[in-house]
Design a protein around this ligand. Structure first.
Ligand SMILES: *[C@@H]1O[C@H](CO)[C@@H](O)[C@H](O)[C@H]1NC(C)=O
Ligand SMILES: [Zn+2]
Length: 179
């Protein structure tokens, strides 16, 4: 009688270890894929060509008193970010988000006049792939000033960007029309 019972116990234990092991592997994979997906979905792309411009994790708040309007809003499920409405001397309005870094190219020289962020010069930045206007690089006039928290940042035009998730949904729709 003794032997078969031990046999059954051993089988149960083996089955438990196998199931537990598989559950652990699936859990680890889910966590891993979740992390990868989160990072992937945080990308903001050039609306014209899809080039990666920045990630939502790179966005930072640089509030300006010269903004016509300010709102905190999420970008396709991101943390809320500060979106500011500015008007240039030509009367054009831009909704701008600010980021620490951006994959862009500066064009022309920097300008000091009519800056939306007093104490910062601005330089036009464009997409390095397609040349579309994406925003401006703002650089502190006095690099080591204690008044400004950063020496430089980017102001990006929200309308000229596309969130990775929006891009996915746009790509998902035309599948219906695929032959
Ligand atoms: C946006 O959020 C920041 C930080 O929570 C807050 O200080 C600021 O007042 C908010 N601005 C607006 C316009 O809601
Ligand atoms: Zn582009």
């Amino acid at each position: 009688m003794a032997a078969p019972i031990r046999q059954i116990k051993k089988q149960k234990l083996t089955a438990f270890v196998e199931v537990f092991g598989v559950v652990c592997i699936i859990h680890a994979l889910t966590v891993f894929l979740g992390v990868v997906a989160d990072e992937y979905e945080g990308y903001l792309l050039c609306r014209t060509c899809g080039n990666e411009v920045t990630q939502t994790s790179e966005l930072m708040t640089v509030a300006s008193k010269l903004a016509h309007r300010q709102r905190n809003d999420t970008l396709s499920g991101s943390e809320p970010v500060l979106i500011q409405l500015f008007k240039n001397p030509q009367g054009q309005f831009f909704e701008v988000i600010t980021s620490k870094s951006a994959e862009v190219q500066t064009v022309d020289k920097s300008h000091g006049q009519d800056s939306w962020f007093p104490g910062f010069d601005w330089t036009i930045v464009v997409c390095p792939r397609c040349g579309s206007h994406l925003g401006w690089l703002f650089q502190a006039v006095h690099k080591h000033s204690h008044d400004s928290p950063v020496s430089s940042f980017y102001g990006l035009v929200l309308n000229n960007l596309l969130h990775e998730k929006e891009a996915d949904s746009i790509i998902a729709v035309p599948k219906v029309y695929q032959s």
